[in-house]
Design a protein around this ligand. Structure first.
Ligand SMILES: [Zn+2]
Ligand SMILES: [Zn+2]
Ligand SMILES: [Zn+2]
Length: 142
């Protein structure tokens, strides 16, 4: 399912209304080839004649992040749609292009096993992990 349809279904399940502005926000996220921050999203909406104040942009993004339908690029305010179809998703991670900003998600059993080993070795009660790979995609590579 495409991001917009999935997000609208999730908002409806929570009793939320799909306003024109909200749909425009979801479509702007879906159409973008790279992660966008709240300000950029607001500007894209404005260029389409859709007004959404900053607080509403943040509130919508916050809800989508909580639902796991969006991910935030680590160390940035930019968000991108989750590509995972399975709900709830298995632990997965992303590799983000430092050239064009495109992202791809991946699963790795070997990686999760290695992290479980670290957890055992350190004896920490681990609550989660954040991991993102950075590099150049095929198109951006010289
Ligand atoms: Zn995801
Ligand atoms: Zn993981
Ligand atoms: Zn790239």
């Amino acid at each position: 399912m495409r991001f917009t349809a999935r997000a609208e279904a999730a908002f409806r399940r929570r009793g939320g209304r799909i306003t024109r502005a909200r749909r425009a926000l979801l479509q702007a996220i879906e159409r973008s080839s790279r992660p966008l921050g709240p300000r950029e999203l607001q500007e894209r909406l404005a260029s389409e004649g859709v007004r959404m104040d900053r607080v509403s942009v943040y509130r919508n993004l916050g809800a989508l992040l909580d639902l796991g339908l969006l991910h935030r690029v680590l160390g940035s305010s930019a968000v991108r749609p989750c590509a995972e179809d399975e709900r709830p998703p298995r632990c997965h991670h992303a590799i983000v292009c430092t050239g064009c900003g495109s992202a791809q998600e991946f699963h790795s059993r070997a990686l999760e096993r290695a992290l479980a080993e670290v957890r055992r070795a350190t004896r920490y009660q681990v609550q989660g992990h954040l991991l993102e790979l950075r590099g150049l995609c095929e198109r951006c590579r010289p």
